[in-house]
Design a binder for this molecule. Structure first.
Ligand code: GCU
Length: 621
């Protein structure tokens, strides 16, 4: 057939549309700010599940995706049932007769046969929700690791990549009029080189629906987003914006009320439903770790209203100093993974998170590094309440595919969602664009672009990343990573006394040569210790070795004149697939100051005493 001149362009268009509808779909509605405040129905609890390593519920036997076929049917997301018992159709699955997993919760820690499982697991949950006329409904997942295809009543809502940031779909028009609905999720935690993170990490690849799931409800026109914080470097001005969404968003009145501070201001949205504001804020008491003051903030517009508890503070750097509310501080921190060491697995909710932060407070911390990925939104609210500064991070970790544009878009989307979720949290003072990434031009371009994106999204917080260092034979530790130019804090992971530099007593030979005249934080140092294993300061894996390492690390680090903080690695032992010594590790990274049975190791008390002294030196009464 002679090719028609329009055939080729038409084919290209069809391919593009097919591509978007196929596997690049991320069409989730923009994240509702403070979505948990809108919850009307929790979907936490038992979800039936099917283990599907061959993705039999997604592809036919010729590896064609069922949800891309003409009918769109055939996959497990149909939740099909035989129409009769006489001559029942061939259906080779049945969610309702399958076992259940608890949500939230990774699957690895719920069933021994899933401990190492990497692949697809299908989840199904039926629920009753009778939609009210004029209201909007959003299906909200706190996180699904790693790639999720989400269906409601057999229809595809979308696909999401990223194991640690919220996922949300406007389901108003997909809810069944009868109120009887079912949601099906294809969760796939397979590691892949072009993903974020890539295939190599030092944490367990916990898969599944690991955070809360609920349905949020709003009026047809609703407050979809807002930021209420102090203006950058201006402690007397409250600044931010409110965004309405829905048919009547334009030229609407919005009222911001902070009763305790005598603030009640009515604003008017523009043609796009948005209004920015700057208001005098003289009476607002400043939030700080010593005084974690939170105010009840209420935003209302027409039939909609949303409440939040927000702290107000400023954070900035000046030369070598980090200024919180204009005062120089020392950030007494600790690194934390999103894991409950006592019941290994992703932290499952407020109880787990409060336990971790209570340990940090007991250590004498005013600061935590939530490594290496966005933690639960609840963790940020608890840090606000308990008075802990937060370093929040995206999992741009180790050897990312720096030259792959899809990889960059994925990283940027995860950063955008992290900042969207955390922008009203006083505790969050650092956005980190990654961790310990090898030098090179493509990496520098990728990460400096992320740093610029973070600053564009939120110029009220500090930007950082865990940088690279190198050593010379004269025992000088050099920090001149070019990424440092783009950051507000010079942060380094440094493992003298464990991975290099000899025994703990030898590491005080090192001095530092740091290129940037900025505040320095040590984003990691540490060493493994098996709790209860004792020897002397040279017995690797013993508590005494770790104790001596901390004593000498603190001595060595105190020679850095710009040192303004640290987050030693790590609060508690955590599961890590790479850690395979059958006696000392047994699938755990043992750098915790607290063991996986909750025992405080000797090094805990070394750091606790150091922080007591630093608090006396820095925290004015
Ligand atoms: C690295 C990395 C951590 C890892 C730690 C270790 O610096 O950032 O994720 O767990 O060191 O080796 O224990």
């Amino acid at each position: 057939m002679a090719s028609h001149p329009l055939l080729k362009p038409l084919l290209i268009v069809l391919l593009l549309v097919g591509g978007v509808m196929g596997h690049t779909l991320r069409a989730q509605s923009t994240l509702l700010q403070n979505a948990p405040a809108r919850r009307v129905l929790s979907l936490n609890g038992s979800w039936n599940y099917i283990i599907d390593p061959y993705e039999n519920g997604f592809y036919d036997y010729r590896r064609e995706a069922f949800d891309q076929s003409k009918s769109g049917k055939g996959g497990y997301y149909d939740n099909a049932k035989p129409s009769s018992t006489q001559e029942p159709e061939l259906i080779e699955y049945d969610f309702d007769k399958s076992a259940a997993l608890q949500v939230p919760g990774d699957w690895n820690s719920q069933d021994p046969k899933l401990l190492y499982y990497e692949g697809t697991i299908w989840y199904k949950k039926s629920f009753h929700l009778a939609p009210k006329a004029g209201q909007r409904y959003f299906l909200y997942f706190g996180a699904i690791n790693y790639e999720a295809h989400i269906y409601l009543n057999g229809k595809k809502l979308g696909m999401h990549k990223g194991g640690f940031t919220p996922i949300q779909y406007d389901i108003t028009d997909q809810l069944s009029p009868s109120g009887d609905n079912f949601v099906v999720v294809k969760a796939d935690n397979t590691r892949r080189p072009n993903e974020v993170p890539t295939i190599n990490t030092d944490w367990w690849n916990y898969g599944g629906i690991t955070r809360d799931v609920f349905i949020a409800e709003t009026p047809a026109t609703y407050i979809s987003d807002y930021k209420v914080q102090l203006a950058k470097n201006d402690a007397n001005t409250l600044a931010g914006y409110v965004q309405l969404s829905g048919p009547n968003r334009a030229n609407q009145a919005v009222t911001l009320t902070i009763e305790e501070a005598g603030i009640k201001q009515t604003l008017k949205t523009d043609g796009e439903g948005r209004v920015a504001f700057r208001l005098p804020a003289k009476k607002l008491m400043r939030w700080s770790p010593q005084n974690p003051k939170l105010y009840a903030v209420r935003l209302s517009s027409g039939p909609d209203a949303v409440q939040d508890r927000i702290g107000f503070r400023t954070i900035q750097t000046r030369g070598a100093d980090v200024l919180l509310n204009g005062q120089s501080i020392f950030m007494r921190g600790i690194s934390i993974h999103d894991e409950n060491p006592l019941i290994p697995g992703r932290a499952r909710g407020e109880g787990d998170l409060r336990m971790l932060l209570t340990w940090a407070k007991e250590l004498g911390c005013n600061y935590v590094r939530l490594a290496h990925y966005p933690h639960n939104e609840i963790m940020l609210k608890l840090a606000d309440e308990m008075g802990l500064l937060v370093w929040a991070e995206v999992p741009v970790y180790w050897t990312i595919a720096w030259e792959n544009p899809d990889t960059y878009q994925n990283a940027e989307a995860q950063l955008t969602d992290l900042i969207s979720m955390g922008k009203n949290r006083a505790s969050v003072v650092v956005w980190s664009v990654g961790n310990e990434t090898p030098l090179g031009e493509p990496r520098l371009k990728f990460m400096s672009s992320l740093a610029q994106k973070a600053r564009a999204l939120d110029d009220t917080r500090l930007i950082s990343a865990a940088l690279e260092l190198h050593r010379t034979p004269d025992n000088v530790i050099h920090v001149d990573d070019p990424l440092g130019e783009y950051l507000d804090l010079t942060s380094i992971n440094e493992y003298a006394g464990w991975y290099w530099g000899g025994s703990p007593s030898e590491i005080t030979k090192y001095t530092f040569d740091i290129k940037y005249n900025k505040p320095v934080t040590i984003s990691e140092f540490g060493g493994d210790a098996l709790a209860g294993y004792h020897g002397d300061a040279n017995t690797r894996w013993s508590e005494e070795y770790q104790e001596a390492l901390y004593v000498n690390q603190l001595k060595m680090l105190s020679t850095i004149k710009n040192l303004r903080g640290m987050t030693p690695w790590i609060l508690a032992d955590f599961r890590a697939t790479r850690r395979q010594h059958p006696v000392y590790q047994n699938g755990f990274n043992r750098k915790g100051l607290i063991s996986s049975t909750g025992t405080k190791k000797k090094a805990f008390f070394v750091l606790q005493e150091y922080y007591r002294q630093m608090a006396q030196k820095y925290d004015r009464k």
